[in-house]
Write a protein that binds this ligand. Sequence first.
Ligand code: GUN
Ligand code: FE
Length: 902
Amino acid sequence: MSSNGEPPTSQAFTPFWIAGPGSPSAPVVGNPVANPVPSSDLGTLGPAGVASTVQPTMSQDITTMANAVPHDDFTNGLPEAQPPPPQPQQPGPPDPQPLVEAPQSEPTLEAPQVQPTPTEVSVDGNPPACSSGAPTKFFHTNVEDEEENIMDKKKKCKVQRRRLSPSHREMIIDLVFNEKKTSREVARYMGLPQSTVMSVVQVFKKEHRIHKKTATGRKRRLTTAQEFHLFEMSQERDNISVDEIRTRFLQSFPEFGHISKTTIYRTLERGKKGLIGMDPPPERYLEPIERYWGPKKRGKARTGTGPESTNHSLLEPNVSIMEETGPIETTSDKDISRQRRSLSIAEREMIISLFFNENRTIREVADFMHLAKSTVSSVVQVFKKEHRIQRKTSTGRKKKLSDDHEQMIMDILSQKEDITIEETRNRFLSLNPEVPNISKSTIYRIMENCQSKLRARSDMEVFVGTFVHSTEESPMVILTDMVMGVLNTKIEFMESLEELDHLKAEYGFTDSNIHYMTPSQFMMPGMIDTHIHASQFPNNGVAMDLPLLEWLQTYTFPTEANFSDTLFAREVYSKVVERLLRNGTTTAAYFGTIHLEGSKILADVVHDKGQRALIGKVNMMRNCPEYYRELSVQESIRDTEEFIRYIRSIQSPLVQPIVTPRFAPTCPEDQLASLGQLANKYGCHIQSHLCETQPECNWVKELFPWAKSYTDVYDSMRLLSEKSVMAHCIWLADEEIYTLRERGVGIAHCPNSNISIRSGLCDIRRLLNHGLKVGLGTDCSGGYSSSVLDALRQALQVSNVLALERDQDYQRLTFKEAFRMATLGGAKVLNMEDRIGNFEIDKEFDALLIDVSAPGSAVDIFSKDTIEDKIQKFLYTGDDRNIARVYVAGHRILDLHNKNLH
Ligand code: GUN
Ligand code: FE
């Protein structure tokens, strides 16, 4: 790029990486823009184009391109010569049978999960009794209290736990879970300290993920009876304290050991909502159930005691579910089938709900509903088959086991070094009587993975200090003296520091698991870039002298064209992802280029570096240079479909595809319609640009004369949904805002780009007032910075400038609101707010450890600064030097003190 910002002159195009650093044509900053393609290659729109000539010249470009694009409706050239389509070409109704079979793992994303191992473990962690042969008579039923101080013995306990033989450990587990003995009884019986027994039990619970999810996504560790007891206590008096509830609870259930305030609060919340003992299925589960059995009878109490019933009588039977286990019926296949068929819809629905949402075992459901176990199992199997709950493995073979069953086999394998396959199989089948059989090859396969998976298990990480995040109600909540626990990928608890000892006892972590933040540190959610062109990173900080349409033709398309070179793609994409992570961007919605291979590389790089992202292969086939365009709708859709399938084959929980029509002017109707269809077929996110500049908006009117508005173009092509992200949206009419709101579309506000290429100042207050979801985007390289912190500041500046133009009561954005847009707002825009965006319990732990006094920091802190001052100073004057650690899904992927984490 010419450093004076002048448009480049026409010269032979030699990419700088070919020219080499010593070459005379090698630009100073290594930017391909410095060597633009000959202007003839740019179509008729040259860098000298001025705003008033943009449309005619661009229209001529359509003529130039027409012959190369047989699918283009605009083959006649100038807009006025086009046959105006009376109606947009509406895509047909969603294809019930995908043209190409979608990967089977997809439908299960939204489907109820087959609940965790061991299947026979009930909600409180106790499996129903099974004959373990443990000698019950040896138990002291009336043991006096042991005087052991469990806390003091914690350290010893870990050592002791390690010294126990596998058979001892197995015996402890058997006695506690199968024989339902208390840890005290087991300790007595086996001559071990109670703390050792408890520790083995805790580890077992953790490993078997016994803390299961309830339907509301929260973890539940209590039996229904215990929950009910807690709730009843809370109803006794208005002013009863949680501490009192806890004390009395532990008196009633001394074997429970410890209970945290979070658990009590959660239970009381559930009680207030009338959910104790009857978790209703979450919304997303209703749909498959409806498809299977027809519409639910909403708003009407069910016959009997279905899980959605408001009838508390379910509490009683549920308690008995937990405590009794009847004999296993043996029923002939014919009988099962008959029984299954004679079940009412409501009964089947209830079975599914109890099994999938309440996490009851087959046996529990059968007992509760007075049905044969085999009947229940058969209903569950049919449901699983219908919903393809059996997922494909990465090798494409059907996976016969749920993840939890697989985990259970791994645990069995790891308990005894010389265990045989046969022994493993028998043990697994005895723990899971509802599983008919399991092949040796399946066990071998799991065994192969066992070692690496075992290593991948992470213990709890605990943070103590200050946390700042946003909620629906408040743009900034500052929590001081808190303790947060992260287990695997998710936030397990967030409590007052006073609870630390209880939490240690409950979860079994020690000081070595804890990071104590210093007074200059705090933790905030990872930032979310809702709109960034990874492929424009080479142009970051250059080439901003032209307005959008000329800028695209002159700088952007030539740069993006270089990504046909996969080596270059890897070079750039590695740098941009690293830069973003350093800047604290834990999630990004990326634009790649039109190139399939290059875009796959972007997905690989993101996956390797552990970032969370939506990745788009760009679609465009007109009004762009011949050397940089897709050649037909077929090619465009074929490549995009392959791209989607490729990303899904990675099976990363963090990386997903996003369908990416560049913007309406570069995509003819049939392409837009096909992309809409493709996105719907795969349930993908969608991203594009909308109403960025006025010349662009006018141009869209000419290109799509039938459309009510620019927004209507996308809407007519089924490109607008709650999974759609539209960048800029500066020039929206009110009707367009209503449409976007109705469809649940998210807005990527890119304030740096607003100013840098002078597209206009987006009035975010207006969009927020209309209830739109708004996040921040860097729009690199339309914006010159790849940092969301920069976007946050620029958003405030844009708002300030708008306030100068408007009347006095114009509500400027506050820094707290900008902070929310950078985190929770972004999560909402990407339709990921159920997983990320803030520090709610059970969300994925995507977070930044900020240190305002980090070495070399540009933030100046003084003794009188409050914590809010420190946070605000970081937001306004901080940078990557202050981002000490970056976590994505619980993994520390960047640490300033340990530079080799990648
Ligand atoms: N509109 C279409 N393509 C682009 C792009 O690459 N950047 C921006 N800012 N706007 C666009
Ligand atoms: Fe953009």
